[in-house]
Structure formats: C-alpha cells, structure tokens
Design a protein around this ligand. Structure first.
Ligand code: PHE
Length: 449
C-alpha cells in the first residue's frame, strides 16, 4: 500500500516559529527568571549564553539534521541515523520520555488556565500578601477535581491545535500565538519597569555579580539551556522531519536559539523589576510565578488586567511547547502504526491524560505518596525527565556520531546547506568530544545533589 504523502511546513518562517514555540515554554517564563535570580543575575545570563554555544546549538543542529534526513518520526529517524535497528531504542526513549514530560507539563499548563480564570474573576485581586497567595495556590492545587478538569482542558487545547495537521494546525497556531506572546511580554515589561523602585531590580538583573558564581552555576545554566531548547527527546527531530530539505539548518537553528533566549531574557525583565518594586526576593524559587506575581498585580492600578495577561502569556508559552511533545508521539503512531492523524491524536492524548493523573493528584489525594524518597509523583516525573531522560537523549546522538555512518549523513546534510567542511568538522568534533562530557556532568550532578 502506498503511504500517504507526508506533510511539510508551508514556509521556512513557519518552521522557525513552530520550533521556537516548542522551545519557548514554562522553562523560559517560569524557570529562567528564578534560576537566574538564585545564581547571580546577569552573571548567570552570561554563562547561559556560553551553554548555548557549547551545548544547545550543536545538539539542536544535530536533531534537525536527523529529522530532515529521515523525514520520519523520531523512532525511524534515529534508526536511520544510527544505521542499525538497535537505534530505534533511542527514538523510543524519546517518545516515552516525551509522554512522561508532557503528562506533568499539562498539569502545570492546567494551573495557568485556572489562574487566567481566577484572575479574570478576581479572587487573585484580593491577595495582598505572599502568604495569602500561597494559601490560594494550595487551595487551588489541593482540589483534585479542579486540577484534573484543568489538566484535561489544557490537553484538549493541545490536541485540538495539532489534530488538523502540520500546516493547518501547528504552523497556523504558532504563527498566531508566538507573536502574541512577544506582544504580551513587551506590554508587561513596560508595566513592570514603570513601577516605582523597579530600577534596582533591573540593576540586579543586568549588572553581573561574579561573586555568586559557583561550579554548580555552570551546571544549572547548561541544564536549563538544554531543557529550554526542547532537546533530548526528539521533539526537534520530529519538527525537523517536516522540513522540505532546502531550508538552511544552521541559520534556522541560530534563529530558534535567538528567539528562545530573547523570550527568557524578556521574562526576567518583567519579573525582577516588579519583584524589587515590592521588595520581594527574586531568588525565592519556583513559587515566584504563582505566589509573587498575583500579589504584585493586586497592588497596582489595572493590576487585574495585567494579571490576566501574564497568565495568558504563561498558558500560550506552555501550549506551543506541549504541541511539539504531543506531535512527537503522534508522528510515531502515524508512521509506525499507520493510524490516521485524528485517531493518533485522540489515543495519545488519552494516554498522556492517564499518565498525568498521579501528577495532578500529587498535590491533593496522593500528596503523601512518595514513590521515591522525598518526592511526590509530580516531582519524580519532573526530575526523571529533565535530569535523566533529556541529557541521555543528547548522549545517544553523540554516540551515534562516533560512527562514520552517522557522521557521513551529517556531513551530507550540512554540505547541502553549503556549510564549509572545516565548520562541519568542528561541529562533529564538539559533538564527539565536548557535548557528551558536559551531558555526563549534568547527569552526575543530578545524582549527587
Ligand atoms: N522547551 C520547553 C520549555 O522551555 C520544554 C520542552 C522540553 C518542550 C523538551 C519539549 C521538549 O518549557
């Protein structure tokens, strides 16, 4: 039976926006500001940029090469790149890891939807202290029915955006949502930086404090850049597989990296000035978004409007990332199981919903259940994916490249883009020697922590 023709992106811009949409996510808006806050502000940003050059960009180029070469789902793409059926395992690793990551990502995505509605209908407007905001957050996540319904709602939005395919679904939505995201960021930056007392926050963020740099700062920054660029699972392999073959891989990758870093940097420009204006500690960790933001917005004129905007921003960022994770699994079902797209989307969404249930319930019904010492299911899923599954996913690519088969494919693909041979050799050298060492250090660090 002849296979139906495979879809592709309508334009190079469409691909770049979709891939940037995957990269720009909760990692940028939620995690980057607080990790930077804990690690010396601007000094951290500089190290982060080094991480992008040494780790992020090389692997991103690698993933797109693998996908564009095979024009198939991640499992088949890794198999073709590795040159023997064993390499299917690397793809399966990514698809399974993607399902696990998406399952708790959608729970947090659900919270953002909940907070849009809560801030629009105002109970957030009355939270005038961080203590109150914290209580409101526990009350919300402590209600099993509510979080499960929001989890399902977020997942349904993700499924609905990709069910219509690549050009009419993913590409169309990203072309609309990504510019929207940047517009909201600009509005919030202006609001935040016109608050009284905000300039100290800006100084903290922009003037590097190298005395706060530790060895661990490098590890944090490199790990963050890996997660932020959606690497290690095959999401970028899958998006790269819808390229027609005449798009320039290195130039597109540089653009994706630029947009991703810009968004993270801009999120910091919203958070730090606002936090300082209200004398709140920007280094206080993950609660920054859900505990501090509502309070800040409750204290300024038109705060409710900005609060709604902020949570729309978070939801949009999360949604465009979730699309790429669902597509990773869906492309597998379409290519390997020969299912139609709608069936694949529905089946994979149901699977993600079920796997996500224990994460959604980790804050209420099963809060006492610790599948791993000191960790709820939610934190286990988070740690397992970001500290183990993703970095190993990068290592598989480096291992494959040790063989001349994979290196040959990479050379061939990059030559099509007219990359000079000396640059190609430099890239292969980095992927064989430098990148895997950094990734092993990341994994080691997460075990010792
Ligand atoms: N890059 C996304 C973020 O910053 C998360 C992600 C990781 C998405 C891996 C896809 C694959 O939130």
């Amino acid at each position: 039976m002849a296979e139906p023709q495979r879809e592709s992106w309508g334009s190079r811009l469409g691909f770049i926006l979709a891939a940037a949409g995957s990269a720009i996510g909760l990692g940028n808006i939620w995690k980057f500001p607080y990790v930077a806050g804990q690690n010396g502000g601007a000094a951290f940003v500089l190290i982060y940029l080094a991480g992008i050059a040494l780790l992020g960009l090389p692997i991103l180029i690698g993933e797109i090469i693998i996908g564009r070469h095979a024009k198939a789902n991640a499992v088949r793409s890794y198999r073709m790149f590795g040159g023997s059926p064993r390499w299917r395992a690397a793809g399966i690793w990514g698809v399974a890891g993607g399902i696990l990551l998406l399952s708790y990502y959608c729970v947090v995505g659900g919270w953002t939807l909940g907070y849009i509605i809560k801030s629009a209908s105002n109970p957030l407007g009355s939270t005038s202290t961080v203590q109150e905001a914290r209580e409101l957050f526990s009350l919300f996540t402590g209600n099993p029915v509510e979080v499960v319904v929001y989890h399902a709602a977020f997942l349904s939005l993700t499924a609905a955006s990709i069910i219509t395919g690549i050009q009419n679904g993913i590409e169309k939505w990203n072309k609309f949502l990504l510019p929207l995201l940047f517009v909201i960021l600009v509005i919030l930056i202006i609001r935040s930086n016109t608050l009284e007392g905000s300039s100290r926050g800006l100084a903290y963020y922009l003037v590097p404090d190298f005395s706060r740099i530790r060895v661990t700062t490098f590890i944090e920054a490199f790990g963050q850049c890996f997660f932020s660029l959606s690497l290690g699972l095959g999401a970028m392999v899958t998006y790269g597989s819808y390229l027609r073959g005449d798009e320039h891989i290195v130039r597109s990758s540089a653009m994706i990296v630029f947009l991703d870093t810009l968004a993270a940097f801009m999120a910091g420009l919203v958070i730090f000035p606002a936090a300082y204006a209200f004398s709140m500690d920007p280094g206080q960790g993950p609660g920054l978004t859900f505990h501090v933001i509502p309070v800040i917005f409750s204290r300024i004129p038109l705060g409710q409007l900005f609060s709604v905007l902020f949570f729309i921003l978070l939801a949009v960022a999360a949604l465009t990332s979730a699309m790429s994770l669902l597509e990773l699994a869906v492309a597998f079902c379409i290519d390997e199981l020969h299912w139609a797209r709608p069936k694949s989307v529905v089946a994979m969404s149901l699977l993600v919903f079920i796997v996500g249930l224990p994460s959604a319930l980790s804050f209420n019904l099963i809060a006492g259940w610790k599948p791993f010492p000191g960790m709820t299911f939610f934190s286990l899923a988070d740690t397992l994916t970001s500290s183990i599954v993703l970095p190993f996913g990068g290592i598989w690519i480096c291992l494959a490249l040790l063989k001349s088969h994979a290196a040959g494919i990479a050379r061939e693909e990059l030559s099509k883009d007219k990359i000079p041979p000396i640059w190609i050799s430099l890239w292969i050298f980095m992927m064989r020697g430098i990148v895997p060492v950094i990734l092993l250090l990341l994994i080691l660090y997460s075990f010792l922590r």
